[in-house]
Design a protein around this ligand. Structure first.
Ligand code: GLP
Length: 241
């Protein structure tokens, strides 16, 4: 793992954006694995800015998102499809038909998981998988105790995760109880992983995930087994390094 602590927000987003635009420029048909959550918002804004300045094109890029809530209509303001459209896709020259987000509203969720995996297998591997981390060490929505070999699957969300995400909803009751997520095994197939961790509230989990025992009790710790991981920490998240 290559772990870097960046001194300020601008350096943090600039470094992350530089890695992605460098890849897309050298490989215009790159396959990107994308993530939601508050952590990558600044990165997406930077990518839009670089796109608008003519520094990068996403015209040939295909994207696969990690996860989606179960039961929220696709156009719900808090669905991850809406998030991606609003934070990135609507503002760059990407072909929307090559942006994939699991359909958490599918009539047959098991079939949706299988077909997402088939698509990843047929089109993969992903060149770069962007990740954030939950306070309990989750990646995507792979909660602690996750099955190591898991492909895309439906997961019940832990109370801690629902509470953390309640800030985006009017009340905790509105936070979905389940999600579809790519599995850890699918994530590990990516050629490169870019893990972003921001904020003092993530300092402890960052330290545990990156230096502690490799255990399914902390899904992000499994990334220690991946051969090509770049971790960017801001000063808060990096305080124990
Ligand atoms: C969410 C997402 C994850 C994300 C994590 C952290 O629930 N499913 O992909 O990395 O939790 O979110 P945040 O960046 O808002 O702290």
């Amino acid at each position: 793992m290559n772990i870097y602590t960046l001194q300020n927000e601008e350096a943090f987003v600039q470094t992350a954006a530089g890695l992605i635009t460098g890849l897309v420029t050298s490989r215009p048909r790159a396959k990107l694995g994308l993530a939601t959550g508050s952590t990558p918002v600044g990165l997406y804004a930077k990518l839009i800015q670089m796109h608008n300045n003519g520094l990068v094109s996403f015209a040939g890029v295909t994207t696969y998102n990690l996860d989606e809530y179960v039961g929220l209509p696709e156009n719900h303001s808090e669905s991850y499809r809406t998030f991606m459209n609003e934070k990135l896709f609507n503002h760059v020259d990407i072909n929307m038909e090559r942006t994939f987000v699991p359909n958490g509203n599918a009539a047959d969720l098991e079939e949706e998981c299988r077909s997402y995996d088939r698509m990843l297998d047929e089109n993969g591997p992903v060149d770069l998988q962007l990740l954030g981390i939950g306070h309990n060490g989750h990646i995507g929505f792979n909660e602690p105790g996750t099955d190591l070999s898991g492909g895309t699957h439906v997961v019940p969300l832990q109370e801690e995760t629902r509470l953390a995400n309640a800030r985006f909803f009017d009340s905790l009751d509105e936070v979905p109880t389940h999600a579809i997520t790519m599995g850890v095994a699918s994530i590990m197939k990516s050629r490169q992983i870019l893990l972003l961790i921001r904020g003092e509230d993530k300092a402890e989990i960052a330290h545990r995930a990156l230096t502690g025992p490799i255990t399914t009790q902390c899904p992000a710790s499994l990334l220690q087994c991946h051969p090509n991981v770049v971790v960017l920490l801001d000063e808060g998240a990096g305080r124990y390094f």
